[in-house]
Design a protein around this ligand. Structure first.
Ligand code: CMP
Length: 133
């Protein structure tokens, strides 16, 4: 089933020069890159993007981190894109993420975990609107 999803290389991924590495992995896996956007989240845009987390204790920390520098958003397309991308990204806590996944290979952080990916069709619709508005 051909599907679209969104990933965002977060500020720590951009600072660490991992943009090319991340895009290369998705291209090699077989995904088609449909859109790319490098930008810095405004606080308003970040709050909208992460709306589902607004009542969480870590919300403030998350917003200040995601607005701290440029990010690279991509819309990609391929077979079972949402689930396949989540597997390639790895567990949220990078220090627990499987080796072979992006977080497992490149990170140790929790809030700073290199990459975000949409976890459902609804998230993709919402997040891609915000990241490409
Ligand atoms: P992400 O996949 O972008 O989804 C929400 C983000 O919030 C998550 O990656 C982490 O960056 C961050 N996050 C989730 N849980 C926590 C937590 N308990 N403490 C700090 N940051 C968190």
């Amino acid at each position: 089933m051909t599907e679209k999803t969104l990933f965002i290389v977060k500020p720590d991924g951009v600072v660490r020069n991992l943009v090319g590495e991340v895009i290369l992995r998705f291209e090699r896996k077989g995904f088609k890159i449909l859109k790319l956007n490098m930008f810095t989240f405004t606080p308003e845009q970040a709050k909208k993007f992460y709306d589902v987390h607004k009542d969480k204790t870590f919300f403030g920390e998350l917003i200040s981190y995601i607005t701290s520098g440029p990010v690279v958003a991509a819309i990609i397309e391929g077979n079972n894109a949402i689930a396949a991308t989540r597997i390639m990204v790895g567990a949220t806590k990078s220090f627990e993420a499987e080796p072979g996944s992006i977080r497992g290979d490149f990170g140790l952080g929790f809030s700073e975990n290199i990459i975000h990916a949409s976890d459902s069709q609804e998230s993709f619709d919402h997040e891609s609107r915000v990241a490409f508005e």
